[in-house]
Write a protein that binds this ligand. Structure first.
Ligand SMILES: Cc1cc2nc3c(=O)[nH]c(=O)nc-3n(C[C@H](O)[C@H](O)[C@H](O)COP(=O)(O)O)c2cc1C
Length: 739
């Protein structure tokens, strides 16, 4: 619902909002530029100023003071009307006043799209839409990050989602102010809100009729402060019954040209003051610093329109059409999907097709459409992502409320498959809750809760095998989520380890490879064959020839290092690792980057504890290499044999010497009295507790078995100081990259 409220006005008004943003940003500079060329003298009266202006500009008809304080004088000569900008202190002309035609055009475009009333209506609607977009956007962001407290924290999701949220977060206050004030002004234009502009003072029935005196001798003008002046209209020369019209920030008046008496006066109404304040807050006029701030925020509008459209399109295309979807009550197997960004639907479709091929009638629907009894069904599959901070994704937001009143179907067994990301403290939390709730309400489980980390095709295929075994059918679940465009890499260098031990591990350093054939000329012209952007800790997806499924490796370098580096152990029967181990310098591979911004040391001077084993050293070595600020970094690493697989040994010694690495503790398992990395942590328990008490954060990289042992060891180490891995996770001081 909230998402529709955001995407619908966004899609309808994207172009208009973007146009208003760009024109608004251009106009926002005017007050500041106007202010640049203006000196604003203090304590000068309108009478003094008008007297001096009349002296130097015979034929003056009108003086206007802009909100930034510059004075524009309109006067007539034999050749016609003229306008000059004058110095407020001397009253002398500074330069002819020629309003910029471009500026006027942009203003008209901004106010009415150059088509008057219909344009004004459209602009008003766009302002209202921006208001809705700002409010719904903030609420979506809060949901996305899991609460108000996390709003300023790191953002997750695809690149366009992160950039959409990042710019939205930075610009929302300015956009909200512009949208609110713009909506108010549009409502005033069409008479839905009174602006008090029509209220004029009564025109004086009589005047003194005596010959005029210079403005500097008229008491009412002398009593008015120049800082409050909006406009002074001079009486028509020779007409003794004519009067001065004086408009100030407080009210409007008529002044006798001979006696200088205030003949009539009307103070501004509250409505007018409110309108003028709104106008000021919208345009920044009179608040010259506000204009550029609002302008910067307004520039976010076209960016948000473009990235928002990309996010919408990607989400839409990620939701596949389910072919052969049986009716709920006729299906033998029911698949319910909990998804926010639709990638889980891709997995659901593969399961749907596989079950159909196995001869079953299958019904697939969002979890929010849970509607038993599924009279013909004996299997219920619940495939759900987790969103925010352990919360329900959009298509499953009502599931836990729908469940309790519905009696369990004894003829039906269920299996929950959670999709999540281990970087989040609450990994697959919602799937866990769904599984527990189903059991608590008497539903029969077919299989224990299973989880899929970062849409792993391999884990999904394994789950398919387990389900197939339960159903007594061959279930092949092959799903490769869409990945970004690949680029080519050329192997520059390889360093081999562990060969004697028959446990080969290799560090591979790649440079930019030749550009893809279809973009060759373009790439050459624009030098696209350089490395893409990435940082140590991000993932590179490598596609081995003949396999559609990418394998992910943690990056041991950032693009700034000038090469892409990974550390790969040869897995028995592993297609991709065998392929990578077979590469020779000069060979090219195809790959793509998957950002992993959660797995980075936080900035600041608090200690960073790096824990890894085997090839898990890769990103950790990258973090140490980047530690040019010499922040305290402690590395605990486990290998097999220092003689054959002490990965990165020379670099680590070098980093210790130049203090990028504060301390190195190694654990080797295949030597006399061999130990593992978790034992090293226990040996160093006092130091660990001290580092954590000092605000230290922990980054773990390696196999899931090693990560589990490390968690167990750290829980025991931290118990005396009333801390645990979970408390560290909750404060985002414990991050894992586990494979
Ligand atoms: C903003 C955001 C918040 C997330 N929060 C969690 C979380 O708390 N726990 C978790 O295990 N995964 C979390 N994830 C990861 C998603 O559950 C995972 O990427 C899933 O495959 C997305 O499926 P979907 O595209 O169908 O929504 C989050 C992802 C995003 C973008």
């Amino acid at each position: 619902m909230l998402r529709q409220l955001h995407s619908l006005p966004g899609l309808i008004c994207a172009l208009l909002v973007a146009l208003l943003g760009i024109t608004g940003a251009a106009l926002s500079l005017d007050p500041a530029l106007d202010r640049l060329g203006t000196s604003v003298p203090a304590g000068v009266s309108v009478g003094d100023m008008a007297g001096r202006v009349a002296l130097h500009n015979p034929g003056v008809e009108q003086i206007q003071r802009t909100p930034s304080g510059s004075l524009i004088v309109y006067y007539s000569t034999d050749q016609g009307s003229r306008a000059v900008r004058v110095d407020p202190a001397s009253g002398k002309a500074i330069a002819p006043f020629v309003p910029s035609a471009f500026s006027r055009w942009v203003r008209q475009l901004h106010r009415s799209l150059l088509v008057d009333t219909p344009g004004r209506v459209a602009v008003g609607i766009a302002a209202l839409a921006t208001l809705v977009l700002c409010i719904s956007g903030v609420l979506l962001l809060v949901k996305r990050v899991g609460g108000w407290r996390q709003v300023s924290g790191p953002l997750h999701g695809s690149r366009s989602q992160r950039w959409h949220a990042r710019v939205g977060r930075a610009a929302v206050c300015g956009l909200l102010l512009s949208a609110l004030t713009g909506t108010y002004m549009s409502a005033a234009t069409f008479g839905y809100i009174a602006d008090g502009m029509q209220a004029e003072p009564d025109f004086p029935a009589t005047t003194s009729g005596a010959p005029p005196l210079p403005a500097s001798r008229l008491p009412a003008l002398m009593a008015a402060d120049l800082a409050d002046l909006r406009e002074l209209v001079f009486p028509i020369p020779g007409d003794l019954s004519a009067v001065y019209t004086l408009r100030t920030a407080q009210g409007d008046a008529y002044v006798d040209q001979s006696s200088g008496a205030l003949l009539s006066y009307r103070a501004h109404s509250g409505m007018r003051d409110a309108y003028e304040l709104v106008y000021q807050l919208h345009t920044g006029e009179g608040l010259w610093w506000l204009g550029p701030v609002l302008g910067l925020c307004a520039l976010g509008a076209p960016w948000l329109a473009v990235t928002g459209a990309i996010v919408w399109w990607r989400r839409r295309s990620a939701k596949p059409r389910i072919a052969g979807n049986s009716a709920a009550q006729a299906a033998e197997a029911v698949i319910l999907v909990g998804s926010e960004n639709n990638s889980t639907w891709g997995f659901a479709r593969v399961l749907h097709d596989a079950l159909r091929q196995a001869g079953q009638r299958v019904h697939t629907a969002p979890m929010n459409q849970f509607s038993p009894p599924y009279s013909a069904a004996s299997r219920l599959f619940l495939l759900t992502a987790t969103y925010g901070d352990g919360g329900a994704p959009a298509s499953a937001s009502q599931f836990l409320d729908l469940l309790p009143p519905i009696p369990a179907n004894p003829a039906m067994q269920f299996a929950v498959l959670g999709f999540g990301d281990r970087q989040f403290p609450a990994f697959c939390q919602f799937a866990t809750e769904v599984d527990a709730a189903m059991r608590a309400h008497g539903w029969q489980a077919m299989l224990g809760l299973a989880t899929i980390d970062r849409q792993s095709s391999q884990e999904f295929a394994r789950w398919g095998k387990a389900i197939g075994a339960r159903l007594g059918v061959e279930l092949t679940l092959e799903h490769v989520p869409a990945h970004p465009r690949t680029f080519s890499l050329r192997l520059d260098e390889r360093i081999d380890y562990g060969v004697q031990e028959q446990e080969p591990t290799v560090v591979l350093r790649f440079g930019a490879g030749p550009a893809h054939a279809p973009v060759g000329l373009f790439a050459r012209l624009f030098r696209l064959s350089r490395l893409p952007r990435f940082e140590a800790g991000d993932l590179v997806g490598v596609i081995a020839p003949g396999t559609p499924t990418p394998r992910f490796y943690s990056l041991a370098s950032g693009a700034a290092d000038g090469h892409l580096e990974i550390c790969v152990r040869k897995q028995p029967g592993g297609i991709c690792s065998t392929y990578l181990h077979g590469l020779r310098p000069g060979d090219c591979i195809y790959a793509f980057i998957q950002p992993n911004p959660q797995f980075r040391p936080a900035s600041g001077k608090t200690p960073v504890i790096l824990i890894g084993a085997g090839t898990g050293i890769g990103p950790l070595a990258g973090f140490i290499r980047n530690n040019t600020g010499r922040h305290p970094m402690y590395l605990y690493w486990g290998g097999r044999d220092p003689a054959s697989d002490f990965l990165y040994e020379p670099e680590l010694r070098h980093y210790l010497a130049d203090r990028r690495l504060t301390q190195l503790r190694t654990a080797f398992s295949r030597v006399a009295n061999g130990t593992r990395v978790q034992t090293r942590l226990v040996d160093d328990a006092d130091n660990m507790r001290r580092l954590i008490t000092d605000g230290g954060q922990v980054l773990v990289c390696g196999s899931s078995a090693m990560a589990a042992s490390v968690r167990q060891a750290l829980d025991a180490i931290l118990a005396p100081i009333d801390m645990s891995v979970q408390t560290l996770r909750n404060s985002r001081r414990y991050r894992e990259d586990v494979f």
